[in-house]
Design a binder for this molecule. Structure first.
Ligand code: LIP
Length: 288
């Protein structure tokens, strides 16, 4: 059911966070319901799935339905703001307030029924994220932040927890999340990079959704994250959540697209410098 949208909406970060939360929760409700209707196990209705940049880069009708709902709600609450969405696009202009939307982050997981996909909505002011919400669709857990006001997690029972990164101080003990692009050439480079990093860290986790990777960092469930070639909608909300939880976070420029191959990386403060130095020594700070 749509959540009550009678919000007093001004341009403060807290007000924008409330809008992002409400709409992300509504979109997550739709995605959860529509998965039951459109998929039977990992078998989709005819015509429900197509591909984008490569045959293994999917988009489903539910991605489009989720983004349509998000755009409708934003048009009601924030009619003069710009929107950039994974499926519907948008202008690259970053001045003023721009909403950056991933209607389903982790679409492959969504298709296969693997419980790690999210709705991500961020508000940016002049290209900088000032509010963001990520909803873990299968669990209903909401991650949220406003610039300078901290980050928190609200579980499906309504329990609210302030998010703080882990206290890890040794990279050799760090659990590191990462992800891979859809193009074969970039994947080859990414695989070589992971192989070089693996002996230097505790282990790798490949969750399959950048927004959830960064929220896990914010919650102290991984100690660092890196990935090349993310689009703004992958990181716009969760990078702010991780930063407000105390992580050191580096994101591409707001006008960078995933095609540029820029790196996004973030780490708990105790391992951030060592992690950044290791990436630099491996040549990973350049575009892949
Ligand atoms: C996904 C990212 C993830 C990456 C995947 C994919 P999508 O986004 O969130 O980090 O490793 O390859 O790009 O395509 O599911 O919205």
């Amino acid at each position: 059911m749509p959540h009550n949208l009678s919000l007093h909406v001004d341009d403060t970060a807290e007000s924008l966070r409330a809008v992002a939360e409400r709409i992300a929760l509504d979109a997550a409700d739709l995605v959860r319901r529509r998965r039951r209707e459109v998929f039977s196990g990992n078998l989709a209705q005819d015509g429900a799935v197509s591909s984008k940049s490569t045959p293994t880069d999917p988009v489903t009708i539910v991605d489009s339905e989720s983004e349509e709902l998000i755009r409708q709600r934003l048009a009601e609450l924030r009619p003069s703001d710009r929107i950039l969405g994974e499926e519907g696009g948008g202008d690259s202009e970053t001045s003023g307030i721009r909403w950056v939307v991933d209607p389903i982050d982790g679409t492959v997981n969504f298709m296969y029924g693997i419980g790690a996909y999210a709705v991500s909505i961020a508000a940016q002011r002049d290209g900088v994220s000032v509010a963001g919400a990520v909803v873990d669709v299968p669990t209903g857990v909401l991650y949220s932040a406003a610039l300078g006001a901290g980050a928190y997690m609200r579980d499906s029972e309504g329990e609210v927890t302030t998010l703080r990164c882990s206290a890890e101080t040794a990279m050799s003990h760090a659990l590191v999340a990462t992800g891979f692009g859809y193009g074969a050439a970039r994947r080859e480079h990414q695989g070589q990079l992971v192989a070089s990093l693996l002996p230097r860290i505790r282990d790798i986790r490949r969750i399959g959704a950048a927004s959830l990777d960064l929220c896990l960092l914010a919650a102290g469930r991984v100690d660092a994250y890196f990935e090349h070639g993310l689009h703004p909608w992958d990181w716009a909300a969760a990078a702010l959540i991780a930063s407000e939880a105390g992580a050191s976070v580096t994101v591409p420029s707001p006008t960078s697209s995933g095609d540029d191959g820029d790196i996004t990386y973030a780490a708990a403060p105790g391992v951030a410098q060592e992690f950044a130095d290791a990436l630099d020594k491996l040549g990973a700070l350049r575009q892949l």
